[in-house]
Design a protein around this ligand. Structure first.
Ligand code: FMN
Length: 325
């Protein structure tokens, strides 16, 4: 399938794997790229620019297809060495960057000069328009359903994507709630040029996370996520567990007085304990409502081939078969 997104990134299928903390290692990025999508290494999971450079080099040994790096500009306790990470990306010959969080304007000239295409992930039409205005090549439009940070507007993709289509000139992909061929066709119908998936890619053979994480996603339904950190305007959609219940109880009890320090036990340093150790009650970890649509743990190639076959079946048989009135 050819779309503006496959053309932009030089990939076979319009499917991107969004950056995911402690999930987006070289193994997953390479598997997605080898299967014809765009795999993404999560920049900040690598503690230093040197570590990111090594991860990029490791990924190169696993694939000769294009892959990208995610750079997240979120409020973090200590500011990462962003210039160093940008240099590692450019020196590593990476040609696709997914930015997220704060405005990436400052980094665009260097990236563009090195021939890097930038897709900015955002959760509102106004931020997508801003990304277009500052010169991003594409945007990833993340609806309220998404795992991770859905922003504070709470607009689901059935409204957000057509609103993006009405407003944007640059291509965009649909992110949040995407799982299968139905999602891809719906996203295309709503004006997107492809899809970005997070949670679905965690439940794959190659995702380098503990087996218990994959099983938790398969076991979860669409009712099992919760929004945390809303009072801090840093909302995150996570899978419900005992730590999340505790966190929400603190949010209720402290109300507007809640500070980050109050919930540090439930949110800080959680990812390695969940993703590597499989300590499923360690704290709050991102997961999308799409868990309700995830029932198996295929290889990445099986997943992507299945999505494309299902999408083509829907387009060329089911929809084409509806005929003209
Ligand atoms: C476990 C997990 C970790 C994530 N970490 C990041 C991250 O570090 N940076 C980022 O930009 N997005 C992150 N995301 C968001 C994904 O890239 C993607 O936008 C989102 O998962 C899409 O929604 P979906 O889960 O419904 O597919 C994360 C998502 C998950 C599930």
């Amino acid at each position: 399938m050819k779309t503006l997104i496959t053309e932009l990134f030089g990939i076979q299928h319009p499917i991107i794997q969004g950056g995911m903390h402690y999930v987006g290692f070289a193994e997953l990025a390479a598997a997605v790229s080898n299967a014809g999508g765009l795999g993404i290494i999560t920049g900040l999971t690598q503690r230093t620019p040197e570590a990111l450079a090594a991860e990029i080099a490791r990924c190169r040994t696993m694939t000769d297809k294009p892959f990208g790096v995610n750079l997240t500009f979120l409020p973090t306790v200590s500011s990462p060495d962003y210039p160093g990470y940008i240099k590692a990306i450019i020196d590593g010959g990476v040609k696709a960057v997914e930015t997220a969080g704060n405005n990436p304007q400052k980094w665009l000239p260097a990236l563009h000069e090195a021939g890097v295409k930038v897709i900015h992930k955002c959760t509102s039409v106004r931020h997508a328009l801003k990304a277009e205005a500052i010169g991003c090549d594409a945007v990833s439009v993340d609806g309220f359903e998404c795992g991770g940070h859905p922003g504070e507007d709470d607009i689901p993709n059935f409204i957000l994507l057509p609103r993006a289509a009405e407003s944007l000139k640059i291509p965009f992909v649909a992110s949040g709630g995407m799982a299968d061929g139905r999602s891809l066709v719906a996203a295309l119908a709503l004006g997107a040029e492809g899809i970005n998936m997070g949670t679905r890619f965690i439940a794959t053979q190659e995702a380098p996370v503990h087996e218990k994480v994959k099983q938790a996603i398969v076991a979860a339904s669409e009712l099992d996520t919760r929004l945390v950190m809303r009072p801090l305007r840093n909302t995150e959609r996570v899978l419900r567990n005992a730590a999340v219940d505790r966190l929400l109880e603190k949010e209720r009890a402290l109300g507007a007085n809640l500070k980050f320090e109050d919930i540090i036990d439930e949110v800080a340093g959680v990812y390695p304990r969940i993703m590597i150790d499989g300590d499923m009650e360690a704290g709050a970890w991102s997961c999308g409502m799409v868990a309700g649509l995830i029932h198996d743990i295929p290889t990445v190639k099986e997943l992507i081939d299945r999505i494309m076959a299902e999408a083509e079946g829907i387009i060329y048989r089911r929809l084409a078969g509806l005929g003209h009135s």
